[in-house]
Design a protein around this ligand. Sequence first.
Ligand SMILES: Nc1ncnc2c1ncn2[C@@H]1O[C@H](COP(=O)(O)OP(=O)(O)O)[C@@H](O)[C@H]1O
Ligand SMILES: [Mg+2]
Length: 258
Amino acid sequence: MNGEALLSARNIEASYGPVLALRGVTVELRAGEVVAVLGANGAGKSTLLRVISGTIAPTRGEVRLDGEPTGAAAPDALARRGIVHVPEGREVFPLLSVRDNLVAGAYLWNNDRRVAADFERMFEYFPRLRERQSQQAGLLSGGEQQMLAIARALMARPRVLLLDEPSLGLSPALVKEIFAIVSRINRESGVSVLLVEQNAAQALALSSRGYVLELGRIVMEDSSARLLSNEDIREFYLGIKDRGLRGERRWKRRKQWR
Ligand SMILES: Nc1ncnc2c1ncn2[C@@H]1O[C@H](COP(=O)(O)OP(=O)(O)O)[C@@H](O)[C@H]1O
Ligand SMILES: [Mg+2]
């Protein structure tokens, strides 16, 4: 057992009825790290985050925070201990204003001054949210809703932020913007990030290490730099056949059309 891990999930199995979604998955996150979990659609990425956040119970294995098993704790209790989950699909409260969505994220803190300071911090990270603070969240663009979902999670002052496919459905420019903000928040506040993504290129640019999940199993784990230069990763996850720069440019153009 690695005593240094802030968060660890060991030998996790999870299923939905007869569907075995995770088949013995082990991942670790150290304090201050950004770690990516890559994998195709259906690989089990969201299930892994649901197990870590206490949304679903694993059928085997355990999650530990600071070496302490999280047991059957509910998401609320785990959020209090510092694990906060931003689920896929940017769930914001559509009828509430941007500001009230952020207030909802701070429900753990009964401290107005602290909440006011955190507002200011979120608006500094996400200037678009400041401009739209009194608008209904449901009227924001997809990118702004993703920013709000992340900002709302940060209002709980997590130690571990679980991010489920923040890039989904967003333009490459917006993805870049959001990932740059996440990177800044990680550097400045020290929050550790477990980032689940199909967008391997962006995720590996942000993270220091990564895992590759296939059909409920970890099939590879390495530094992000080594994963980025791994031939299989390049071909299957980045769509790059190693024919030099020209292939890469073609890939970039193709991604922009998606
Ligand atoms: N709520 C659910 N009910 C039944 N099966 C599910 C549910 N969510 C996910 N699954 C199945 O579990 C497996 C892993 O899914 P998921 O964790 O969502 O993968 P990913 O996030 O990598 O796309 C898939 O086979 C998927 O069909
Ligand atoms: Mg998913």
